[in-house]
Design a protein around this ligand. Structure first.
Ligand SMILES: Nc1ncnc2c1ncn2[C@@H]1O[C@H](COP(=O)(O)OP(=O)(O)OP(=O)(O)O)[C@@H](O)[C@H]1O
Ligand SMILES: [Mg+2]
Length: 489
């Protein structure tokens, strides 16, 4: 599919269905918008599950970044108070983490020129604009396929596995529900519109709970045509979404798996089973953890270290915020900026030392999770002996420190007589190859791709709290230090 000029995209901006302007002789299709709302970058994949065709939404009309399938999770505000994904005189970041933590604090704009807003409001506004763009992009790029088609949309959004089946899940679902409604209008978006819609969304979600209690079905007309039915907006754990592509591929194996997603602010990890039950995929979750050791945390750790060592405060620099390079890169940049006041080798050595201290803490959390799964959750799994299938995902999977570190942790665990970690890559969906995506690009899209399957196709996710413990007496040596590092024993 060719590149579409912005004017054409604008023509459809906010339009819901191409067939709105055509006659009534149309087909119907169920299409799912899979939304990976990341702390640092968001990604969208839209899939027609009946045709098994998935499209990765490209943000080339919004962001001039090199990787066009990644949209920075950043909300701009113009001087007139209009919200935008691309430009403004000030902007907000970090709202996804704040929603996850639900600290109740408001978020200030980066330059502190604007009002502060609740994280849920910022997230709703951002997602509304993102969905509006993504749907328009899809309709323009598939005009020949869907021009006489009524599209029934589903919206799937990812959350950290630890938030699954907790009160936070409903918060994310309400945000997505409100964002969809806002995305249906092509009017410029303001915070007042966001706040009103969010309040309405809360009422609709409360109605859903009430209807469930009294055993009545909340019907679409109760909410009005601009809203999706609450049941068409679903939340799924990102780690399960990430393996949905694998589960639908010939590589798929049933049994226990371990996935680590190294994101911007957090490292989300889970051990889980993949089963088939009457033709449906089941995923009992064994253990999960979300720790704040993502790549931006590594970056902050390096910046703090630099400040301590050399007395330079580089953290405020937007340049460093926008790029996340390795330590050689810092050295080069500092040299070009004239900061040559240390020996380069010394600099890299010191940086590596601070990286290792950071990694030890993250690695200990991985060891703890594996050990807990083995000792308390499912010690009988044959994978302990055969070797645990492992997926290392997220943008941070490209950072050597994390990748090598996970391999090394696996080797230390194997030294206890267990099988080695078998690290797998998530397979490439064929539609993405046709779209011309390169491996580096589709790796980052695994969560959004998984979310673009219908909830039935993703399968049944059984939360950790509903999966009973099957502890066993150890048959391995189990040296604690190999699981979690000597300093944490
Ligand atoms: N080659 C690379 N080297 C170093 N860092 C990288 C590289 N590629 C991506 N990153 C960084 O990886 C980080 C995580 O990217 P990712 O898209 O997985 O995060 P996210 O989905 O926004 O976060 P989360 O899953 O925690 O919500 C980003 O901050 C990105 O800058
Ligand atoms: Mg992510």
């Amino acid at each position: 599919m060719g590149r579409v000029r912005s004017e054409k995209l604008r023509r459809f901006y906010g339009k819901d269905q191409i067939c709105e302007s055509l006659d009534y002789d149309f087909d119907e299709s169920d299409v799912v918008l899979g939304l990976d709302f990341g702390t640092s970058f968001s990604k969208v994949v839209i899939q027609d599950n009946a045709l098994q065709k998935a499209y990765a939404v490209s943000f080339e009309d919004i962001d001039r970044g090199k990787e066009t399938y990644l949209l920075p999770t950043r909300l701009f505000v113009t001087e007139e108070g209009l919200l935008s994904l691309s430009s403004g005189f000030d902007f907000y970041i970090d709202f996804k983490t704040a929603v996850m933590e639900m600290a109740g604090r408001k978020i200030s704009s980066v330059m502190n020129k604007l009002e502060s807003f609740a994280p849920t409001e910022l997230a709703t506004a951002y997602l509304a604009l993102l969905i509006r763009y993504a749907r328009s992009w899809f309709l323009v790029h598939t005009e020949s396929v869907y021009r006489k088609t009524l599209i029934n949309w589903d919206l799937n959004i990812g959350i950290a596995s630890k938030n699954y089946r907790t009160s936070k899940e409903r918060v994310f679902r309400t945000i997505a529900f409100a964002a969809w409604k806002l995305s249906r209008s092509s009017e410029p978006l303001t915070m007042a519109m966001v706040q009103n819609t969010l309040a309405e969304a809360v009422i609709h979600m409360a109605a859903e709970i009430l209807f469930k209690i009294i055993g009545k079905n909340a019907r679409k007309k109760d909410f009005g045509a601009q809203w999706l039915h609450t049941e068409n907006v679903q939340v799924h754990p990102e780690v399960i979404a990430e393996v949905a592509g694998y589960v639908h591929s010939p590589m798929r194996r049933n049994g226990m798996h371990f996935l680590v997603d190294i994101g911007g602010s957090t490292v989300d990890m889970a051990t889980f089973m993949i089963h088939e039950n009457d033709g449906d995929n089941h995923y009992p979750i064994l253990a999960t953890d979300v720790v704040k050791y993502g790549t931006m945390m590594l970056h902050k750790n390096r910046m703090n270290h630099l400040k301590e060592e050399y007395g330079v405060d580089l953290f405020a620099s937007q340049f460093f915020e926008d790029h996340f390079p390795g330590s050689e890169y810092y050295a080069d940049l500092l040299r070009r900026k004239g900061f040559v006041f240390f020996e380069e080798d010394d600099f890299i050595e010191k940086m590596n030392k601070s990286d290792m201290q950071f990694w030890k803490q993250c690695s200990a959390k991985i060891g703890e999770l594996i050990k807990y799964t083995y000792k308390d959750r499912y010690g009988y799994a044959p994978e302990w002996k055969k070797g645990l299938p492992v997926f290392i995902c997220g943008g941070g999977a490209r950072v050597v420190l994390y990748r090598d570190g996970i391999h090394e942790r696996g080797e230390r665990i194997a030294a206890n007589g267990m099988g080695k970690f078998h690290v797998y890559s998530i397979p490439v969906p064929s539609g993405f190859k046709e779209q011309g995506l390169v491996p580096k690009e589709y790796e980052r899209l695994a969560v959004a791709y998984g979310l673009s399957f219908t909830s039935e196709n993703i399968g049944k996710i059984i939360p950790q709290s509903q999966v009973k413990d099957m502890p066993r007496r150890s048959v391995f040596q189990e040296r604690d230090s190999d699981f979690i590092g000597k300093e944490y024993c």
